[in-house]
Every structure is written in structure tokens, then in C-alpha cells.
Design a protein. Structure first.
Ligand code: NAP
Length: 268
């Protein structure tokens, strides 16, 4: 699937201070142009400072932020987006996401999908999308926004949670899947099946995993604070996985979900 979303992006969850500075400055220097943040990550102000200090022009960047589920009502939505923009020191983001669907539908989806459309109409974002949406919720969102409006569904995808049903549905609807926690927050590094595939290709495990996401047509947003890792994560496209590799990775799926707060939807 071709997309306007640069792949890979730089994840920034949990990163602040020196770690965030290292991640963003090294990533930009290496050629990353897609940065993923969220109101909830509490690092938009620092990212704004780092971007303002960098040589990379705003127009070259693809910046994503997200509206937290406590700000989904029409009374709070646009104010949350404007707050993100002020902190990020920019007039617009490239992609605005609903971070999580409203728990128990406390806020009707019509209200916050309308918020996304309004933000785009006001020029506060170029593209709109969702995160952590199930197939049922995606159908509903498409019904509200219309087909072709939702650019991405950002969901957890790694070898232990392959999320095939949601990926299939998104791809049928031309919705790009952005895979978050692609390295299962480091867990994949211990995996003997992935290690064997990596050895065969003279690559690292993260490269194998990111090549697998790419093969499935996903955009990945791994995070790293180390230049060598950031550099390695840019290069999975140099690696072609065989059918045998792909079927070995398929066997690792065990529905192991890392991001599963008590307000999560009923997963597919
Ligand atoms: N929409 C949502 O609800 C949601 C939820 C969670 C996450 N996200 C997004 O997804 C992004 C990625 O998720 P994540 O950061 O939690 O997990 P992740 O990207 O799966 O894993 C990050 C960990 O992997 C290590 N790592 C990265 N590249 C490596 C390499 N080449 N070799 C060895 N280790 C490597 C990093 O350590 P080093 O720093 O030492 O490299 C870090 O500890 C987040 O930052 C966030 O932007 C979105």
C-alpha cells in the first residue's frame, strides 16, 4: 500500500528530557521525517523546542499527534488540538488521531469524528485517523466520516500480536495500518525463531521484524534513543523475507497485548 505517511516514523511514548532529545535529534539527522507524539505523552512542548532548533523545515516533517479520550467532547476537542499545536510550535499537524475510542461510548462517536473533520476543515491537521479502533468501531467511523477519509488506524502490531483481522479489514478499506510497539517494547530481542531468521539474513532481529511489518504493508513507529538502533531501524527494506521466514513468524502469534488499559475496547 503506498501512503503519504513516511515509514518508519519515530515513536516518542515515554521519552522526555535527554532521552527524547537524543531520539529526536539523532533521528532527524539520520533522515527520519515522521514523528509520532500525543497530548498524553506530555512531551509535545519538548518536541516543539527540538523541532524549532533543528535545520529540518516544517514542510519536510510529518508530525502526528493524538487527542486523549478525556478530550473527545465537542466542548474540549478543538481546544485540545490547539493546545497540542501551541506546544509543538506549529500551525498544523500532518495527522491527527483519536488516541482511544471513547470508553463505553460515553462520548458518541459522531461527536469526536466530527471533531476530527472540524480540525481538518480549520487547517489544524492535514489528515485524520484513529488509533486502537476495532473493526466494529472502524465501520462506524467510516459511516460517519465517509469512505476514504480515515488515513490510518494506529494499532499494536508485533510478532506476538499480529492483529490479522484488523489489518485485513483496514487494507480492504484503504486504511493504512500504523503498527505501534512493533518490537513489543524490546521483547522480540529474546526470540530464538527471530534470531535464527536474523542470522540467516545477517541482519538484526529488529530489522527482521520491521521488514515483516513492511512486507504486510504496514507503517512502523519504533522508538529508540540510540543512534545505532535508529539507523538499523531505517534499513529493513534492504531485507527480503522468504515464504519460509514469513510462515515461521506467523507461528509466533499468541495474542499477547501490551497496551491494554482498563478503558480499552473489546478487541477483535
Ligand atoms: N496509539 C497508541 O495507543 C500507542 C501505544 C503505545 C505506543 N505507541 C507509539 O508506538 C511507539 C513505539 O512503541 P514503544 O516505544 O512502546 O515500543 P517499541 O518501539 O516496540 O520498542 C522500543 C524499545 O525497543 C528498543 N529498540 C528500538 N530499536 C532497537 C534496535 N534496533 N535494537 C535493539 N533495541 C531496539 C528501544 O531501546 P533503545 O532506546 O535502547 O534503542 C526501546 O526500549 C511509541 O513510542 C508511540 O509513539 C502508540
Amino acid at each position: 500500500m503506498t501512503t503519504v505517511i513516511p515509514d518508519p516514523g519515530l515513536g516518542t511514548f515515554r521519552l522526555q528530557g535527554d532521552d527524547l532529545k537524543a531520539a529526536v535529534t539523532e533521528a532527524l539527522d539520520l533522515g527520519y521525517r515522521h514523528i509520532d507524539t500525543a497530548r498524553f505523552y506530555d512531551n509535545e512542548a519538548e518536541i516543539g523546542e527540538l523541532l524549532a532548533a533543528s535545520d529540518v523545515a516544517r514542510a519536510e516533517l510529518f508530525l502526528t499527534t493524538k487527542v486523549w479520550h478525556e478530550n473527545l467532547t465537542s466542548a474540549k476537542f478543538i481546544a485540545s488540538v490547539r493546545e497540542s499545536l501551541a506546544l509543538l510550535k506549529t500551525d498544523y499537524v500532518d495527522l491527527l488521531l483519536i488516541h482511544w475510542p471513547s470508553p463505553e461510548d460515553a462520548v458518541p462517536m459522531e461527536e469526536y469524528i466530527s471533531g476530527l473533520l472540524e480540525a481538518r476543515k480549520l487547517g489544524l491537521t492535514r489528515h485524520i485517523g484513529v488509533s486502537n479502533f476495532t473493526i466494529r468501531q472502524l465501520r462506524q467511523a467510516i459511516g460517519i466520516a465517509g469512505p476514504g477519509q480515515i488515513l490510518t488506524n494506529q494499532i499494536e502490531v508485533h510478532p506476538y500480536l499480529q492483529n490479522q483481522a484488523v489489518v485485513d479489514f483496514c487494507q480492504q478499506q484503504d486504511i493504512v495500518v500504523t503498527g505501534y510497539m512493533p518490537l513489543a517494547v524490546g521483547k522480540v530481542l529474546e526470540d530464538s525463531t527471530l534470531a535464527a531468521i536474523a542470522r540467516k539474513h545477517k541482519a538484526s532481529i529488529p530489522q527482521v521484524v520491521l521488514a515483516w511489518l513492511k512486507h504486510r504493508g504496514l507503517v512502523a513507529i519504533p522508538s529508540s534513543t540510540r543512534r545505532a538502533h535508529l539507523e538499523a531501524n531505517l534499513k529493513p527494506s534492504e531485507l527480503t523475507l522468504s515464504e519460509e521466514d514469513l510462515s515461521a513468524i506467523r507461528t509466533l502469534d499468541r495474542n499477547e497485548r501490551i497496551a491494554n488499559p482498563d478503558f480499552a475496547p473489546e478487541w477483535d
